[in-house]
Design a protein around this ligand. Sequence first.
Ligand code: GBH
Length: 497
Amino acid sequence: MKWLLVLIYACTSYAEDYVFPPNFQFGVATASYQVEGGWNASGKGENIWDVLTHNRPELIYDQSNGDIACDTYNKAITDVQLLKSLGVDFYRFSFSWSRILPVGTSNKINPDGIRYYNELIDELLKNGIKPFATMFHWDLPQPLQEIGGWPNPVVADLFVDYANVLFEHFGDRVKDWITFNEPAVFCGGGYEDGSKAPAYKGNGFGVYLCAHTVLRAHGKAYRLYESKYKASQGGRVGITLDTYWFEPSSDKPEDIEAGEITIQMNFGWFAHPIYSKEGDYPSVMKERIAEKSSTEGFPRSRLPEFTPEEIEEIRGSSDFFGLNHYTTNKCTPLPAGWGIPPSQWTDIGTMCYYETNWEIGASSWLAVVPWGFRKLLVWIKNEYNNPEVIITENGFSDKGELNDCRRINYYNTYLEELLKAIHEDGCNISGYTAWSFLDNFEWMRGFTEKFGVIYVDFDDPDRSRTPKMSYYVYKNILATKRVDWKFTPDSFNECEF
Ligand code: GBH
């Protein structure tokens, strides 16, 4: 009996036994508007989140705003000590465009913005932490919104001017760049469903124009770095895309097709132009929107077209694949007569939902489905020829408890799936980033949903920080390069998993 057990054990691979490869990089992430505060400090201009939260507080669940948030504008130096003790290889933060360029255009640079990020970057490097910088995490300067925001093609050029300022001032020390964070979310939220600033409701039109400008801006910023900075600065530039995993609701062909169409039109929308061999939008997306547009009486497709030069400029314009992933949905075709066309939703033509028995976080959209993470990683490997993937966000929301066992369970299970993707599926994954370093301003949900591994007391004028249990568990993962379900940090009670 004993030998049989040994044999079974030897033949079974356990995710617990896998370790992260020696060069695998770990980090934590934040975004400017969600943590900085200092909304009008020393020359900073207004952005679309300042304006939305001030003018339409009723849209924010707790009527809060990011005026002070975690006050990292004043606490960057002390926060670096919390990063250092956590043991991260890098810190992913984002630049506030209007702190650097108060009116959005590069003719006027705010010296205090340059000073603030110089101090943060220097302090990180002094403590052995690499700055991993996002150029745009949703906080567009308000004056650029007043000329139409991302649907205006000119904003692509203004973004490239801004990127040039960043490369010029910070590129001697920042070697890892992300142009955009989750364009599908800020284009969809900003110009289709109204769930993100500037909170317009659209009809399957502005959302595609926004995405088109963003893809052109990304391609141009990448080519600028390639031709003007790469040789001397030696860094790399990529983009961060997000997606759920979309699982077919059954193995019927129409459900399998529904899952595939959903990922192509939410994620392939940006990934295909950049990472596929052919470039351009996925053909299923071009065909569907052209066909719907025509039946709806439009003289041309609502999805804009790239020129051949643009297709070439954008194709291959990324040195890595930044991926944000949190959750999974099941998908089936949209029943006839559902939804009011034209809309992005009826263009996609599927209906996606959560299984009722899935565990849900404090965010109603965040179901814990670790196996979906692995399926997504394998899908990316097969679809885009196994690119180098860096997980730029992954995390779980609760109400802010310090004994955050549900967050620990989330990280452990998702990291185990990531380890299987590396060791069993051969996915080329080189880094992982926990969202988030700090509890912070969760967009329309205000301060009601907490993602941090560090608790922030928003009632304390000093915004005091207290590491949660997950901070120490993550620290242990970084130190040992493995997931250890039994690890319980000193002075915390053991979790029941
Ligand atoms: C990330 O987006 C963001 O990059 C980050 O700033 C944010 O704090 C973090 O997630 C946590 O939310 O309410 O049903 O309309 C993750 C992708 C896309 C997930 C929008 C939530 C809204 C679903 N998000 N989605 S719903």
